[in-house]
Design a protein around this ligand. Structure first.
Ligand code: CP
Length: 305
């Protein structure tokens, strides 16, 4: 494949191919050197117009573990601040012999625009409210590793569905595997179109009961200019995963969160530390999944070509 822009356009087979390769990559991560020569001679650039800890760092580590030449552009100190346009930035990166660009932007569709206007591979590291494909892939990888399957599961996605690119990518990806998806959150944060793709629960108890997996989402305060929630305390009371709601959740249900977490808003510290919480595992698995994506984006044969 040349680019990874979203999970909507990937087939079930494409996703399985990435997850299988990520499993192999995870064994490399467990080795002493954590090093493969797969990206030797390639230049991998990260360009993040929005903040990140997990995605950016794990992409950089993944590329380094695969022997790529890596560099990270800080938008705050780049020529973007002097008014350089996105198109001129792309042309500059082309002139700098970039092979793979990993980009995050607050505007939906920016990675797609770049992919249409450049010669290098583009990986979407999160575009506005649209998609965060590698997050959903690492979530699916974690589910498959823990439950031995990603098919025919009962999965609840809780919280700020409206603004969440993680929710959208997971819904596109998980629906390809015949999973039953339930969503729940404040009514103001449930987009009307979601009813075509998921069941909308009427209470948190209903949403979490009998589920194999619960994906809890971060409240995206940076995208909530219109005041979608009244207060963080109230949100925690009605939508937070805390000890009270755990009465409805089986000990084998996976508790997932993409991070960063607003502790005591979406989820309690106690719930985060339960043995069935996979929050830290997801971060580790992110390296293996991103190694797999980088590998496939730099091969001539693949799922797009
Ligand atoms: N989950 C996720 O995208 O985290 P970062 O914003 O830290 O990359």
């Amino acid at each position: 494949m040349k680019h990874l822009l979203g999970l909507r356009e990937l087939s079930k087979e494409d996703i399985i191919k990435i997850l299988n390769l990520a499993k192999d990559m995870k064994t490399i991560l467990k080795s002493e050197t954590k090093k493969t020569p797969h990206l030797q001679g390639y230049s991998v650039v990260t360009l993040f117009y929005e903040n990140s800890t997990r995605t950016r760092t794990s992409f950089e580590l993944a590329a380094k573990f695969m022997s790529a030449n890596t560099t990270s552009i800080s938008v705050q100190t780049s020529s973007v601040q002097k008014g350089e346009s996105l198109l001129d930035t792309i042309k500059t990166l082309e002139a700098l012999k970039t092979d793979v660009l990993i980009v995050r932007h607050s505007v939906s569709g920016v990675p797609h625009f770049i992919a249409k206007n450049c010669s290098f591979s583009v990986i979407n590291a999160g575009d506005g409210m649209n998609e965060h494909p590698t997050q959903a892939l690492l979530d699916m990888f974690t589910i498959r590793e823990r439950l031995r399957t990603i098919e025919k599961l009962k999965i609840a996605i809780i919280g700020d569905i409206l603004h969440s690119r993680v929710a959208r990518s997971n819904i596109w990806g998980l629906s390809k595997f015949d999973n039953q998806i339930t969503v729940f959150g404040p009514q103001t944060l449930i987009p009307p179109y979601i009813e075509n793709f998921a069941y909308v629960a009427s209470s948190l108890e209903e949403a979490v009961s009998g589920k194999d997996v619960i994906i809890d989402l971060r409240i995206q305060l940076e995208r909530q200019k219109r005041g979608f929630i009244t207060s963080k305390q109230e949100y925690y009371k009605f939508y937070g995963l805390n000890e009270d709601i755990m009465r409805y959740i089986s000990g084998s249900t996976l508790i997932m969160h993409p991070g960063p977490v607003n502790r005591g808003v979406e989820i309690s510290s106690e719930v985060m530390q339960l043995p069935n919480s996979t929050i830290e595992e997801q971060v580790t698995n992110g390296i293996a999944v991103r190694m797999a994506v980088l590998y496939l984006c730099t091969r001539k044969e693949g799922i797009y070509r």
